[in-house]
Design a protein around this ligand. Structure first.
Ligand SMILES: Nc1ncnc2c1ncn2[C@@H]1O[C@H](COP(=O)(O)OP(=O)(O)OP(=O)(O)O)[C@@H](O)[C@H]1O
Length: 737
């Protein structure tokens, strides 16, 4: 097989592998990126010990090979070590190419609900941050990935609705810190049954463009823990994790709404160098140890996961809990996740040990069992070619440098050309940043005071309610207590109003801030930056407000529940009272019957009836018959007549007479008693059993005064209900005013 064939073979294998990754059969792609020698390294005339071949093989030349022959530990190392990866990139690879080859394919899965993770691994100064974040002119994987994500979202927006939320955190010395929050506190990890691993209380910002996310990253990166080490002037001492949560909702839903979630994690790991290598002591050394601990744990997890894949044995233990980093990335590494690791190395001879460690680490993650031996043969051929090319380029480079310095009159522009403009911009930026932070700090302070007052108001309201609820409390004591509570409430309400007004004023002033930002005429990137500072602060105050409202509505619903319980008790009480009254009514009805039966004269009937019917004045009811003349309603006694019923069948011709009936005098009461005679059956008769009697007197017979029990009952019930209502009103007044 010639070189061309085996290259084609390589590419074919790689494409197949990426296809398998896309289909979920594999879960990790490992790439190596070797950066160019930096200025310092060139100045020190350091030479390169790394060669990259065919975008796949890394050859590492051991500079200490000869001297190590006496070292027992290093004796078996080869002079040239070869490693094969899915991709290996040399210093000529552009930011866009590296993105397109390693990460672009992940995005199709992300908008389908699959998790994806991209790591940058490597020693300090090897180029991790450059690969992940890049520079404004040459953005790295994070920004390009987000661009593609928003592009795909736009392409799919007619089928799905997407929400993108971003959080940015760092893990420093095994502590998690929110990089998008002003508050400097450690956050906890929690395992949520539906959402997987979550960082409790982290700021999540909904973003709609890459620019917004990059501006947030800029803010976050400023908060990141950095220190100068010997190897890197601005060495990141923490692992930085940018997590992008994507919520995918189908626009046309069936009866059951389906929402997919995916998490895209982009991780810029802390330098993997050994603590000894950077001459670090004390705290720096502890940092180094912690960094190494979590990276080791990450390596163990990756190895366990690849073994699960290899052996098809899902029972193998994955030590996620060994570090915060692996706990956080648990569902990004395992399950439905596709992981890309970009291991960064420096070609310099001085970093040989770090490079060797990095390549071994990456190799553990991706132990490609392809025909390495055959490749090595070809590698050696290539190696010679590459060495020659590099030699040529070096010479060319030196020549150009000499030409440049020989040229008279050409002064390279100073690096800080245009510094006046930059200085003004920076000053404005700093000034605006301070103003924004001061403003939002004030908002936060007012918000907190307002919430404190609100909390006290709720507390007092609760106390009032409690005092009212306890029936055993002495009424006067309760009244005194409530009066003093009310006094407090009044002053608190006043305070609350003052704070609310101040808060409203501050919110109005946000517009002034925005105008100030506009008037500062900042460059586009500075403007983006300051707007993200503004947005971050705004989101923070708003999220505190939302958190408070949620807490308050929780409290309110608890309070409402208490009130409902109390009212339910009241209803029970009322039902009990009504039942009691119903029984009394029943009893009263029976009693009435008995009383009516025992009434001795019409006067008594009238009095009793009046007692029970005092408010019914205009109704004339004859039971089962026609109404009695209602013209006789002047005196209470006459009124009684209108309510007395006579059976129409008994006295068909006497209706008129009855209607003209005048209440009997004392004189004829006797005769009524003696000569009572009616043909009324028992059910209609008030008290007479006799069917004989004088027709003359029958008008005066008590039998004619049949009481309307239904009416009585209705009236009684009406009265009792009125009394109950009055009672309930009194109760309400007592408890709620
Ligand atoms: N591929 C590259 N091309 C050009 N310059 C690079 C490249 N990679 C890294 N650099 C430069 O090397 C320096 C160190 O890189 P970087 O800060 O990315 O390292 P790092 O691995 O993130 O280090 P640390 O772990 O200490 O944060 C930077 O000045 C960066 O611009």
């Amino acid at each position: 097989m010639n070189n061309k064939d085996y290259l084609n073979d390589f590419n074919l294998q790689r494409n197949n592998y990426i296809d398998q990754l896309k289909n979920g059969q594999n879960n990790i792609l490992v790439a190596i990126r070797c950066r160019p020698l930096n200025q310092r390294e060139i100045e020190k005339s350091e030479y390169e010990v790394v060669r990259i071949l065919d975008e796949r093989v890394v050859v590492l030349i051991d500079p200490y090979y000869e001297s190590n022959q006496n070292d027992v530990l290093r004796k078996n190392r080869n002079k040239e070590m070869q490693f094969a990866f899915d991709y290996a990139f040399d210093e000529t690879i552009s930011q866009v190419e590296i993105y397109e080859k390693t990460s672009n394919f992940l995005l199709d899965g992300v908008i389908e609900g699959f998790n994806a993770t991209v790591f940058a691994y490597g020693a300090t100064g090897a180029g991790k941050t450059y690969t992940m974040v890049g520079s404004p002119d040459n953005p790295g994987i994070m920004s390009r990935t987000m661009n593609q994500l928003y592009y795909l979202i736009q392409q799919n927006s007619n089928q799905n609705h997407f929400v993108v939320r971003v959080s940015y955190l760092e893990i420093y010395n095994e502590n998690i810190k929110d990089l998008l929050s002003i508050e400097d506190k450690n956050l906890d990890l929690r395992e949520d049954p539906s959402q997987g691993v979550v960082v409790a209380g982290i700021t999540e910002i909904e973003c709609s463009s890459t620019q917004e996310i990059m501006a947030l990253l800029k803010v976050g990166n400023r908060n990141r823990t950095k220190e100068a080490t010997e190897a890197n002037e601005a060495s990141s001492r923490s692992h930085a994790v940018l997590q992008v949560q994507v919520e995918i909702k189908q626009l046309e839903q069936g009866p059951q709404e389906e929402v997919k979630y995916s998490k895209l994690s982009m991780v810029d790991l802390a330098g993997s160098e050994r603590a000894a290598n950077t001459s670090n002591r004390g705290l720096r050394m502890i940092e180094g140890a912690k960094i190494n601990q979590s990276l080791l744990c990450l390596g163990n997890c990756i190895q366990a996961l690849s073994q699960i894949q290899e052996k098809k044995n899902s029972n193998l233990f994955v030590p996620y809990r060994g570090s915060k980093l692996t706990r956080l990335l648990k569902d990004s590494l395992g399950g439905n996740c596709r992981t890309v690791m970009i291991a960064n190395v420096s070609p310099s001879v001085l970093t040989f040990e770090d490079t060797y460690n990095t390549l071994n680490y990456a190799n553990r993650a991706k132990n490609i069992k392809t025909n390495v031996v055959r490749n090595i043969l070809n590698v050696e051929n290539h190696l010679n070619n590459y060495a020659q090319i590099i030699q040529n380029l070096r010479q060319e480079n030196e020549q150009l440098k000499r030409q440049l310095s020989d040229k008279q009159g050409i002064n390279l522009p100073p690096i800080n050309q245009g510094s006046d403009y930059e200085q003004i911009q920076n000053e404005s930026l700093n000034k605006l940043e301070k103003i924004i932070q001061k403003h939002f700090q004030l908002e936060l302070d007012i918000q907190k005071s307002q919430q404190d007052v609100d909390f006290q108001i709720d507390k007092i309201n609760g106390l009032i309610f409690q005092s009212l609820q306890d029936p055993s409390n002495d009424k006067d004591i309760v009244k005194d207590k409530i009066d003093s509570f009310k006094q407090n409430l009044k002053s608190l309400m006043q305070q609350k109003e003052d704070y609310t007004n101040k808060y409203i004023n501050l919110i109005d002033k946000r517009n002034d801030l925005l105008t100030q930002i506009k008037q500062a005429n900042l460059s586009l990137s500075n403007n983006n930056y300051i707007m993200s500072v503004y947005k971050q602060a705004q989101v923070q105050t708003e999220s505190i407000e939302i958190q408070y409202r949620e807490k308050k509505s929780d409290n309110q619903s608890k309070h409402k529940e208490q009130q409902v319980q109390f009212l339910q008790q009241q209803i029970k009480l009322r039902d009990g009272v009504i039942n009691d009254w119903k029984n009394i009514i029943q009893e009263g009805k029976l009693k009435n019957k008995i009383i009516y039966k025992n009434l001795k004269n019409v006067e008594d009937v009238a009095d009793f009836a009046r007692l029970n019917h005092s408010t019914i004045t205009n109704q004339s009811i004859i039971q089962n018959g026609s109404p009695v003349n209602t013209s006789l309603q002047h005196s209470p006694k006459r009124r009684v007549q209108s309510q007395i019923s006579v059976h129409p069948k008994m006295y068909p011709n006497q209706q008129q007479k009855i209607s003209q009936y005048h209440l009997p005098t004392r004189k004829n009461q006797l005769s009524l008693q003696q000569g009572s005679d009616t043909n009324l059956p028992d059910s209609y008769s008030a008290h007479s059993k006799s069917s004989k009697g004088n027709r003359q007197n029958q008008n005066y017979s008590p039998a004619n005064f049949q009481p309307n029990y239904n009416l009585l009952k209705a009236r009684q019930q009406q009265l009792y209900l009125q009394r109950n209502q009055k009672f309930l009103k009194q109760q309400e007044k007592k408890y709620f005013n």
